[in-house]
Design a protein around this ligand. Structure first.
Ligand code: F6P
Length: 358
């Protein structure tokens, strides 16, 4: 049996641990009846036929290693079926040709939203595919938790923890901008876990006036500082009413380097205070996976290998009710899992007295 493995899209903690989980289980199950090939830099390697045979030793000592030993790249889904003219092969056709030429019996694909759209496309074109849900954003439909999320949350929490002491010393207002793309999971969870005072997420459009009032209320009650956890994808109430086109134009015209800087200047205007911004950025995706992600990736890796053993293809392995279950790729592809604005976790944040920006 020949298996091709690839990691695609933004990297995160736990990718190597997941690859290890799949490989170890396959080697234990099939011994030398299985050959595993590493496809370099995600779909780029599949498009260009860039893959290499791996050995069991390649999967040793990588449980705690950050990044991905296979490399990764972003290959937009919409480019997969485009060609300049009839004579040019599409990226999809090139990938199908690689699968055929390499005689891969199955592809194991680790990725997030964009990756899953392409994985589903490959599956629809007859490729045997099994996927694992990866992203610090936790925005993949069909799974309660993606791997990378909990490690990134730990980092965002430790940044906000550190900011607390400086905010206290200087009696200042701080904004910490948290990654998460268009979903607020990372900001919401890290914000609660670190005791932030205000949490701003894309799913709840913010009002600068309401946030300013929350900061002033804290000051009036004798609090020396306020910390705001702001999602990189946060939008204002005014922006939420705009069409897609208007929103794009407004953001292109924005002179601030990110939404946090814009909010900081709005709040400075409203409260008369200096507001400092900290952006941990890609730091949130790096380094060793936390214990919870090592466990999750190991469980997902075993489940993916078991699907291959059972000849069940076209599935993503997912976490549901603390069990690992297969979810059809056709159900996952193209759907975003966002934070329910009146869900239990948002209600918990409000019950704790946090301002959710509205
Ligand atoms: O999807 C993971 C993520 O880190 C998002 O949170 C962020 O918006 C994006 O990737 C950043 O992308 P890039 O690494 O391409 O700059």
């Amino acid at each position: 049996m020949k298996i091709g493995m690839l990691t695609s899209g933004g990297d995160c903690q736990g990718l190597n641990s997941a690859l290890r989980g799949v490989a170890k289980t396959l080697y234990n199950e099939f011994g030398n009846q299985v050959s595993i090939y590493g496809i370099r830099d995600g779909y780029r390697g599949l498009i260009e036929g860039d893959y290499h045979k791996m050995e069991p030793r390649d999967f040793s000592d990588i449980l705690t290693l950050g990044g991905t030993i296979l490399g990764t790249s972003r290959q937009p889904f919409k480019e997969m079926t485009k060609a300049r003219d009839d004579s040019e092969e599409t990226k999809l056709e090139k990938m199908l040709a690689t699968v055929k030429k390499a005689r891969f019996d199955c592809l194991v694909i680790l990725g997030g939203n964009g990756t899953h759209k392409t994985a589903n496309l490959l599956s629809q074109h007859g490729v045997n595919v099994v996927t694992l849900p990866k992203t610090i954003d936790n925005d993949l439909w069909g799974t309660e938790m993606t791997f990378g999320f909990q490690s990134a949350m730990d980092i965002a929490v430790s940044v906000i923890d550190s900011i607390h002491s400086t905010a206290f010393s200087h009696s200042r207002v701080f904004i910490v901008e948290v990654m998460g793309h268009k979903a607020g999971w990372l900001t919401l969870y890290a914000g609660i876990a670190s005791g932030a005072d205000v949490i701003v997420i894309p799913e709840i459009p913010y009002s600068a006036e309401k946030i300013a009032q929350a900061i002033e209320r804290r000051q009036e009650s004798g609090k020396r500082f306020s910390i705001l956890a702001v999602a990189e994808g946060a939008v204002s109430r005014e922006e939420a009413k705009m069409s897609k086109k208007e929103f794009k134009a407004a953001r292109e015209a924005m002179t601030h380097p990110s939404i946090s800087y814009r909010l900081a200047s709005e709040l400075k205007e409203l409260t008369g205070q200096e507001i400092r911004v900290t952006i941990p950025g890609h730091y949130q995706r790096g380094g060793i996976p936390c214990a919870a992600d090592r466990l999750l990736t190991s469980r997902l890796g075993v489940a993916a290998a078991e699907l291959i053993r059972d000849g069940k293809f076209g599935y993503m392995v997912a976490l549901q009710n603390n069990c690992i279950v297969p979810v059809p790729l056709s159900e996952v592809a193209g759907k975003l899992k966002t934070v329910p604005p009146d869900g239990e976790v948002v209600r918990a944040a409000r019950a704790l007295g946090l301002c959710m920006g509205d």
